[in-house]
Design a protein around this ligand. Structure first.
Ligand SMILES: Nc1ncnc2c1ncn2[C@@H]1O[C@H](COP(=O)(O)OP(=O)(O)OP(=O)(O)O)[C@@H](O)[C@H]1O
Ligand SMILES: [Mg+2]
Length: 161
């Protein structure tokens, strides 16, 4: 059976936790589309185009993974992609409440699409993009938290500020 999935998120910036989840998803699903939400409300560090580039570079080794952007309802994007599964990560119980509500809302909107939760490797379970940005902005070492290409971009970005 062939199953297409999407992995939606903000990815500002992509972290090793995201890549770990993508790698796991790529093993389960026939095809996985990483879907970057174009959210006009948030104030991102990297543009959507930069995030597309970073994720494409960091997922080049996975032949069945693509990177796209979307706006509007996530389930509508999933339908357009022909996806029947949505991949989300659960780092800790604290993620679960919000993820559970979103999964049930999405099921109401699109009953044919299932949300699948995966857990990252333990060493990645504390990583979130917002914390990477905060630690890096105060001079903390994030080399083990993000892929090398993302680290380079962070260094270039902060050098300009
Ligand atoms: N370290 C991680 N391990 C497993 N899943 C993760 C990890 N970081 C994020 N995810 C999951 O990836 C999806 C997209 O997350 P999102 O784009 O919000 O990243 P984030 O790291 O949580 O960033 P932010 O701090 O901006 O919320 C969510 O399902 C989230 O739970
Ligand atoms: Mg988040």
């Amino acid at each position: 059976m062939s199953v297409k999935a999407i992995y939606p998120g903000t990815f500002d910036p992509p972290t090793n936790g995201h890549i770990d989840l993508i790698q796991r998803g790529a093993r389960i699903f026939t095809h996985l589309t990483v879907a970057i939400l174009k959210n006009p409300v948030k104030n991102p560090l990297f543009t959507v185009d930069e995030r597309v580039e970073m994720l494409r570079e960091a997922t080049r080794a996975f032949p069945n993974v693509a990177v796209e952007t979307f706006s509007g309802l996530m389930v509508e994007f999933a339908r357009r992609e022909g996806a029947t599964a949505v991949l989300r990560g659960i780092r800790a119980i604290s993620d679960y409440e919000y993820e559970f509500q979103m999964a049930l809302m999405n099921r109401r909107l699109a009953p044919e699409i299932e949300t699948v939760f995966l857990q990252p490797a333990g060493r990645y379970s504390f990583i979130r993009s917002s914390m990477v940005k905060e630690v890096f902005s105060f001079g903390g070492d994030v080399a083990e938290l993000v892929p090398p290409n993302v680290l380079k971009r962070l260094q270039n970005r902060m050098a300009k500020v």
